[in-house]
Design a protein around this ligand. Sequence first.
Ligand code: COI
Length: 353
Amino acid sequence: MQFITREFLKEKPAKGAELGFGKYFTDYMFTMKYREGRGWYDGKIEPNVPQRFDLAANVLHYGQGVFEGMKAFLQPDGRIAIFRPDENWARMNRSAERLCIPRFSAETAEKGVEILLDAERSWFPTDPGTSMYIRPAIVATKAALGVHASSEYLFFVLLSPTGNYFKHGLAPLRLIVETTYARAAVGGTGEAKCIGNYAASLLAGKRAEEQGFDQVIWLDSAEKKYVEEAGSMNMFFVIGDEVVTPALNGSILPGITRKSCLQILRDGGYRVSERRISAEEVAEAAESGKLREAFGTGTAAVIAPVGTIRYLGKDYTVGGGKIGEIAQTLFDTVTGIQSGRLPDPYGWRKYIK
Ligand code: COI
């Protein structure tokens, strides 16, 4: 694989700096190109500098683009481990298929990321709770305004040293159930990680923030009744002794943290259901004192406890506004496996060679 070096390296964030999420980017990136008739080619590590783009590129007009989010962790023994990258590559290829983007070799992408991570070792944050966020994306680059799948693409992977996604860390979130807008419909692109889904979510997210909420809880688009997911996370509710997460239905993103939590919970003997759950049921459970916990899961957010849910103008407090026992257990287990503090019984850590 070609490695094009740059002359000047960037200044790194100071040790102990509040990294937040997705604000800093390392010196290099992995890229490869696609052209119809040739396939994917020219995989290389190159300087991460602003790119020149033809403004007629398909992605800029019709949004033909997909992305992923994964994390790598510096282990106590100095090795670097990525959390479940095979799951991300598989999902990215499924998203690509939905957006008419040609499949890529997960092996090539993984190799590129491993070389990149190794080269950027000095950028790894070391404070507790930090990691290297990995952002792969594919965008359609052919300059053509006809509404067709592009014949050219750019695949790139950026690295971003990252801390908490939410500015108050593990403090419970305030979420508002969105009853006007919908994020996605069954048959649409909701289960694909495509860029348009996030653009469609921005207005509701902005209005929620203006009212003092962190994110929205999305309902199904047909009946506006059943919980689908939250802004950047899948949702879980603990009602009595049942842990419930909305069943994947084609419009919900199949989260890898969601999948990991389901496995940890089932193996821990919890009663877990993947089923439809209405906002009404959540509100009633809160009212009757049965809603013990609510939390979101995601690569960026990890496990994010929810302290307040507003539904139809009424605020429901969850678990006394504090992080619940199950959310805390999941947070400790997932981050323990990721960071190497705990053993890895599932083989979720992939060490770079
Ligand atoms: C992630 O959790 O990695 C995501 O991609 C969600 C969001 C930050 C876009």
